[in-house]
Design a protein around this ligand. Sequence first.
Ligand code: S3P
Length: 444
Amino acid sequence: MSTDQMQGATVVAPLPAPLRGSTSVPGDKSISHRAVLFAAMAEGTSRLSGVLDSEDVRSSIGAVRALGAEVSLEKAADGSLCGGVTGWGARGPRQPDGPIDCGNSGTTARLLMGVLAPWDVRVELTGDESLVKRPMRRITAPLMKMGARFLPEGRETLPITVCGSRRLRAISYDAPMASAQLKTAVLLAGVFAEGTTVLNEPAPSRNHTELMLPEFGVDTTAADRTASVTGPARLEACEVQVPGDPSSAAFIACAAAIRPGSSVQVENVSLNTARIGFVRTLERMGADVSVRHTGSAGKEPYGVISVSHTPNLRGCEVPAEKIATIVDEVPVLALVAAHARGVTVFREVSELRVKETDRLAAVIEGLGELGVDAWADGNDLFVEGQPGLRTPAGVSFDSKGDHRLAMTWALAGLCGTAPVEVKNFDSVKISYPQFLSDIERLAR
Ligand code: S3P
């Protein structure tokens, strides 16, 4: 690996050896955000361990500090953040001095809307050049039904000022898309509304909020496509242990699936079924992959994901109702599909267009750089695999500031046959700062 500072590009060369052995991955990003935000909302001091130290989670930490929570998280020997968060509890968040910058983090911005909606504060939320383009109406619409206001009225993107209200109404809401961020924002506001707030979704999205809120003492129900909270309730401090992030583990698993001779185990990783759709997808492609449950952190199961290379990957179809379980893994799974025999189709992936960048367009463009045919038909993504794919000389990718794309295109170089260039590789710091060193250590 080398970095050409002048052009902001990183040259990623093929790994010198197959990936072998065991590793762990940093803490789960979604669970880390929730641990920090829920602890900030709670009465008393929560003890958190295994929290992901990355730019996105630091956006949530910065936000809750500005709102009056006391955060004393410190770097532990394994690189995670551990320590206490003393919440504002019944006092509510304080009016911050200025706007809250959520950086690149959609989770911070969207969950904060639900956190702030039930309080008498006016808080402007903003973000970086990617976040200010992302849709917020999906969150403001249900929160407005509950009685919160957002200024300027009708605005669909950040910066937006949340004008909270102490008299929120409980609602029953049918979400137009499967989004855990939307679901969480509504449930968090619902904690302080009078009555039962119900959120129905078209397909199951990740359920970390439903699993964690009861740990903080909030009466929560969760079923296949519906979740509810009954308010008004209060959060009480608790202990949260964050397991490894399956979305980070997916890059190691996919690398092992496509690099001949590889055999790896990723330990202490969340095995939440709403998150390990990539394991099921790899299985459908004929990969040699298995999971072993070893424990639980609160209600979150964790364990070991093992993957060994097999030469005969085949294309498969991922149905629409499973996309939420791989929503962050579609780019790297599309790279695996590029190595498989036949066509892989990911149905109804329109949500990819509104992630940190338009990941649907970026995947088609990037695979095109590799000489692989990939196309969209409506909202379906198709990838025509090429077993024995060879990397053309001089390939240049651009992460477009999107961490998942940076790692996907780096894998094309690491597991390919010639070096590739990845512009703006630096965006890995959003979710997995030590991605390259972790993967290079497995290939020594
Ligand atoms: C997240 C939910 C997903 C995911 C994002 C994190 C969360 O977004 O893409 O990286 O922590 O709730 P949506 O559920 O809104 O699609």
